[in-house]
Design a protein around this ligand. Sequence first.
Ligand code: GRF
Length: 192
Amino acid sequence: MKRIAIFASGSGSNAQNIAEYFEEKELAEVSLILANTPKAYVLERAKELEIPAYFFDRKNFYHSDEILEIIKEHKIDYIVLAGFLWLFPHNIIQAFPNKVINIHPALLPNYGGRGMYGMKVHNAIVANKETESGITIHYVNEAYDEGQIIFQAKCELLPTDTADDLANKIHDLEFKHFPEVIENLLTAEGTF
Ligand code: GRF
């Protein structure tokens, strides 16, 4: 059984969707949830799902090995970022080579980078009258949204679509594809 840790900063609907997806599977489980604020609703979802969860601040995330130690204590094999807003630290990336992935709510390399998250992405895409958008799942390196792309899925934008309409379309894509992509990577021999 492979053990997954999920990092999130907000609601955590993707984290819950992934945890419930693997509840039915022998392959893996979500064994740990981590948030960079005590206010993240993902921590409430973790309680309901009975998954160990922690929150941390910048000091123990960037200036100590505390979070890396917690991950090791929980014998984590793979790390998934789902709505996690901070740059991921060198020490954890080094300890989990090709075993940290992230989902971004747009078709990278467009609409990515520092400050491009959530509704900011959808507002920019609608404002630019784009005719399509989508999701990107990629490996995490030490730059925002620049790691090697693993998977993308697209959705059409109607001229009448609002940023909220787009956010709903993106959420549907994330819920459909993210758990399956993780499962495919987990079953792929050798690497994540
Ligand atoms: C998702 O749209 C994800 O692509 C983005 O942040 C959002 C997180 O949503 N990085 P939730 O916290 O999983 O509900």
